[in-house]
Design a protein. Structure first.
Length: 81
């Protein structure tokens, strides 16, 4: 993708976050930015094929990251007990 979109920058921040306690917030921000971009697609006939593919990939990656954060939170909770 040659053009960098706002959603992509926010998504990268989520992927590169190393503080587990901040990841959930970063993921939510990325999902919100992607959601806003998808709403823009409704107004401009769907965006480019490349960006649509990138969004699909980003959503899948965020789902994996959310599962990892949930597992981390469960381990943390278990360790605190």
């Amino acid at each position: 993708m040659t053009t960098t979109f706002k959603w992509y920058e926010i998504y990268k921040v989520a992927l590169l976050e190393t503080d587990w306690s901040k990841m959930e917030k970063r993921i939510r921000a990325a999902e919100a930015a992607i959601g806003e971009r998808k709403l823009e697609f409704d107004l401009n006939h769907g965006g480019s094929l490349d960006e649509n593919r990138a969004i699909t990939d980003a959503i899948r990656s965020l789902e994996v990251l959310k599962a990892e954060v949930a597992a981390w939170a469960n381990r943390r909770e278990k360790d605190a007990s």
